[in-house]
Design a protein around this ligand. Structure first.
Ligand code: FES
Length: 162
């Protein structure tokens, strides 16, 4: 029932879900985000152009490698007249996303290594735990709220009002 005719120019949402392997709710979400588009029939049912299958495949693959939907939407919006990504588009976009993935992999590797120090500890100390207090640039100045301690009112010494 959901299998579209081989030469169908348009697909129902059920057919698109069956062919793409993406849940109907996810397809509705993609449409809400402007990633795919449909027209409505007289009976208010969605009909997707057949090339939406390739668009959904593009979205799935990009999302699977960790590209946020926001970036996928930006990439799709750059294509002329909302065109479905071609092989050349995918090649160009995936090359650009590789740098983004490298940054994320570096960040996750650092987090994993930091987490190794926490395993079996549980202190969550702001002094000792790099995950509890990442990028602690003021910690070397001493304990306490360094920014608040460093700010003095006019006429006030470091030890209180003059
Ligand atoms: S929980 Fe103790 S160092 Fe992170």
């Amino acid at each position: 029932m959901l299998k579209p005719p081989f030469d169908a120019a348009e697909l129902t949402v059920g057919q698109l879900a069956a062919r793409s392997g993406v849940a109907v709710t996810a397809l509705h979400f993609y449409e809400d985000k402007g990633l795919i588009h449909s027209r409505r029939t007289a009976g208010n049912q969605r009909r997707y152009p057949r090339e939406t299958l390739r668009r959904v495949a593009f979205i799935r693959v990009a999302h699977r490698v960790g590209i946020p939907l926001r970036m996928v939407a930006e990439a799709l919006a750059e294509l002329p007249e909302g065109r479905t990504p071609t092989r050349a588009d995918w090649s160009r976009l995936s090359a650009g996303w590789r740098a983004e993935l490298d940054v994320r992999i570096d960040r996750l590797t650092r987090l994993r290594d930091d987490l190794s120090d926490c395993i079996g500890c549980g202190c969550l100390s702001v002094d000792r735990c790099v995950l509890s207090n990442p990028d602690d640039r003021l910690g070397d100045e001493g304990a306490g709220p360094r920014r608040l301690l460093g700010e003095r009112l006019p006429g006030e010494s470091r030890h209180g009002p003059a």
